[in-house]
Design a binder for this molecule. Structure first.
Ligand code: GLC
Length: 350
């Protein structure tokens, strides 16, 4: 699959038909898969290409439309790439390559630091010091019920949400160079995204930055609902698996979150944790971001100490390496095969 998805400019597409471009956090995970395969230096090549369109202020776009000049330029207002970002998983990728003894070029490490600096310094911060995203797509969790409040009184439907996502792009506030700084219509500091910023900061050796974010995240732990929250809006309290990512960096809440990941009435699942808590009214184990298990999130929760490696492997196998799958049966959904399902290699080999 990885060979079939490799593109000569130096990146792996998530899927040849559904996702024929380069996505930022996908590429960071692909880099780990190439490292595990260990045949050549594509782990470094992929990371370098993912960071190659970084702006002077550190902003890293989340999609690169390699080989299609002008594609979607009107939509994004930027040539060749999107104009929003995704979780900065390059910190973890660089640290992991280092731990495996791969020399990571200084320039890449420098780009990773500048990417993180952009989020920590140039992004609007909330009162509690957390980093805001400018659009739900930045979290990588596109249709999560966490964003349902933005659908208005009619509630969530795939169609309504598609329209709202389009509208939310029009209110992004940009720097003079076009980098996305804030969005008054979507001023959200998601627990999951902030946990990944903190985790990647820690991976790059920035313990103080990571600790500061972890302290701020601690105030977002809701012991009654057993989840970290995104803020005061009601859907920011819906129990989703991405909202448990603070287990990577926060001691508070950790025992409860890990217990729920292993509990079949909560986030348990033979093929990985469902994206949404099973008791949530909207839980649907077949629907994009509203219940299936996602390999990259299962991989991250395992990094945080949840014993879900076997579940990731079971789901990757049963689904035929799908983009996401049913948390119980492993039936594959979305794009099949999808490169990041290859993360299952990392939990078996080590
Ligand atoms: C979907 C996912 C996003 C991912 C992209 C490419 O949009 O929600 O997280 O990066 O597909 O795989």
């Amino acid at each position: 699959m990885m060979e079939a998805h490799w593109r000569v400019d130096g990146h792996t597409v998530p899927n040849t038909a559904v996702y024929p471009w380069q996505w930022l956090w996908d590429s960071c995970f692909h880099s780990l898969i190439w490292a595990e395969l260990g045949r050549d230096d594509r782990a470094i090549t992929e990371l370098a290409s993912a960071l190659s369109d970084q702006a002077a202020d550190g902003f890293v776009p989340h999609v690169r439309y390699v080989g299609r000049p002008g594609f979607l330029e009107d939509f994004w207002g930027r040539p060749g790439t999107s104009s929003i970002t995704q979780p900065p998983m390059f910190g973890h990728a660089i640290a992991e390559l280092g731990r495996r003894g791969t020399a990571v070029p200084e320039e890449l490490v420098d780009r990773a630091h500048r990417g993180l600096d952009f989020l920590l310094h140039d992004r609007a911060r909330t009162d509690d010091g957390l980093v805001t995203v400018v659009h739900p797509w930045e979290t990588g969790c596109d249709d999560s019920p966490r964003w349902d409040d933005w659908c208005g009184p009619t509630g969530w439907s795939a169609e309504r949400w598609r329209a709202v996502k389009g509208e939310l792009l029009t209110t992004v506030v940009r720097s003079t160079h076009g980098s996305p700084l804030a969005n008054p219509a979507f001023a959200v500091a998601p627990a999951g995204f902030n946990a990944l910023v903190a985790f990647n900061a820690a991976e790059l050796g920035r313990a103080a930055d990571a600790a500061e974010l972890a302290r701020a995240l601690a105030t977002r732990w809701d012991g009654e609902r057993r989840t970290w929250t995104d803020g005061a809006h009601p859907s920011g309290r819906v129990r989703t698996v991405d909202a448990l990512l603070p287990v990577l960096v926060c001691p508070d809440g950790r025992p409860a979150a890990l217990a729920d990941i292993g509990d079949d009435r909560a986030f348990g699942g033979r093929c990985g944790p469902p994206a949404v808590h099973r008791a949530e009214p909207g839980f649907d184990p077949t629907r994009y971001w509203r219940g299936p298990a996602w390999p990259q999130l299962t991989y991250l929760l395992r990094k945080a100490g949840a014993p879900v490696g076997d579940r990731l492997v079971a789901g990757a196998q049963a689904s035929g390496l799908a983009e996401y799958w049913h948390p119980d049966t492993g039936e594959g959904y979305g794009a099949i095969p999808q490169s990041w399902a290859g993360l299952a290699l990392l939990v078996t080999a080590r």
